[in-house]
Ligand binder design. Sequence first.
Ligand code: GDG
Length: 757
Amino acid sequence: MKRWYKTLLILFAALTMGAFVYLGWAWFSNERSQLTDDLNRRARIIAKSLNRTFVKAIKQEASAHDIEVLESISEQGRTLGYFLCGVDGTPVLQTMIFEGVPYCEIIKTERGEKISQVENFGFERSAGSFVHIYSTPLLSKDKTVLGVAGIVHDASYIHDQMKTAFLWMTLSMALVALLISAATYFVSRLIFQRSVNEFISWVKEGNSVPKSVMSTLSLLKPVGREFTRLNAKLRSAQQTAQEVSQSKTDEELWTPVKLKAHVTSQIGEKKLIVVSNREPYIHTKEKGVVHVMHPASGLVTALDPVLKATSGLWIAHGSGNADQDVVDEENKVWVPEKAPIYQLKRVWLTKQEEEGYYYSFSNEVLWPLCHATHERPTFDDSAWTTYNRVNQKFCNCIAEEFSKKDSPHILIQDYHFSVLPKMIREKRNDAVIGLFWHIPWPILETFQICPWKREVLQGMLGANILGFHLSSYCNNFLNTVNALLPVRIDWDRQAIIHEGGTTYVKPFPISVQPWSERNLPEEATIQADTESWRQQLELGKTRLVVSVDRLDYTKGFSERLDAIKRFFENNPAYCGKITFVHLAAPSRTHIPRYREFDDRIEKKVDDINWTFGTEGWKPILFLKENHPPYKVYLFLRMAEVCLVSSLADGMNLVAKEFIAARENNDGVLILSEFAGAILELHDALCVNPYACQDFAETIRIALEMPHAQQVERMTRLKKQVLTNNVYKWASDLLTELTHPVHASQATATKTNLSKRS
Ligand code: GDG
């Protein structure tokens, strides 16, 4: 039932009650005033008819007959008597003892002066009975006040009648109130019962209480919310315990189960908040049906189990076209849908905010600046302003989650949020904040062209921990900060000591999730699908060289194509025998630079295919679309060689995914010396993508490498990748974040500050 309907019902009951009370009171007042009016009228008639006699009496000119007439009024019905007061307010003549006659008072103030006729009346208690008193000034012919005449009536019958009426009214109102309350109660019960039953059945089934049910029960909402939270925690703990007891994996190997157990022991009851631009679950709507999409991203893969283990909160930009439809009033949705364990809180951005913060400042300033691939950043003041505004928006959203008791633990992802750590620190000084930077950090000379370099650095220093993939990026960052800000660097501990505290800068090389965990089909199906793709793409018996990248200028597409062209020029015998397959995912197509880049690459591919292609053979298959992860896996398995030609790359996950996909431990990885992964993958063939001739020659060497050598190298590479997988990365990062040093530092700064204040 809608909330407004419930409110309306209660309002109706309250209004009806109010109306009854009002009507009862109006009737009561009306009765009373009618009876009073009767008495007033009667007293006025008597006073008028005796006026001459009263005047005579007050002037002490009354005859015995006059006195007799006056005294006889006490014998008439309810009239008890009269009184006369002089101009000084003292009684002159009276038929009954009547103490404290306030009705003579007016005369005192108007002594001897001319006034207009003023009546006075009221009820008094006299000698235990209830009387009505009417008084009126006695005037001479020239309107001079001579005194006051008063008529006294027995009013106890009014008192009795009103008492009885009041009793009846109270009784009947109590009855009406009882009836209305009973009716409201039964109607409410009737209406709410279904929702309560539904609520109870959700509780019994152990699921989270859905929004539809919650919204019908505003009174039970806090209970429902608390229940959902506890249930998620319980589910998470149950799942972890079950998985730990079932897992028989190698002690050395990091698995989601081991990560969960580790994180639980590290973080305990504390709530972990992860912040990223990209959300881990996207709700989309097609023909009115809502689907949940789990984006293929290393970051999501690594942090999803962490959130599941802690039953924490993930805050991200809500980008799906059905995202708004599924969230509650706090913009949160429980995920995963079938067995909710943690909450995803969505931040909504306007087109203008997305344009300035994401496309412009993040991807047209920080992305080219940090990759330093000779692409000039586009500095734009308004984009910087919007970037800050959006970071502040995320900060406010995070602050809504702070509990008074515990220091919040916040793990921020990537260059979209460089100024967020400082903003959070300003709101909550005891927060423990980590920022992981997924792209390289350039040398000082490159970074310092940024007009807002100090603001970016100061923003980042709000974090307790700054993570990069490589030590070299950490060193570049330390050098940059050292040169641009008034700080002290502790080079041994890789720490920056600044006015806000200490920020540690450490390397955490990211990695991949084993393919076996990604819901792959049976081996027979994989084989059949491989064959089907070969037929579909008319690959015949050609050998495959694969590349998988987002269509981004940093990935070295152009240089790779130059090397392929040179390879065919140098080795014409390979024509018709090798096919280079590019799985290219369109990326940031809203940015003109990216659209122009796409066009240039397509033209280059066309040129090579035109130059070397023959009837039935294309040297390059440029497959431009968002390929499903299973297809990526099939091609990484199908190919003999994988080409990664990044001009600059924080790590490069594709290189590691290729290694992880090699079922038979064969195949060759050609890896750019400018990809972060090169530091771990020593058995890859290293190339400088700018050196066209060497690159082309390396392709030939890879294609001609003896099988035994391939296996020897690939076995070592695989051990490296599987041991240092994405779960190890997440565990190292969280261990550092939850390290007691950071929590104690945060508390110490807080104590110092409060002492100062
Ligand atoms: C940033 C840093 C760092 C690619 N095409 C498709 C597809 N992919 C998947 C790959 C891989 C991921 O996207 C790309 O990861 P990379 O590491 O290669 O590159 P970036 O996107 O630039 O990532 C990078 C990374 O963050 C992690 O820190 O390594 O240096 O630049 O997983 O398989 N996936 C699907 N369809 C595609 O068409 N499903």
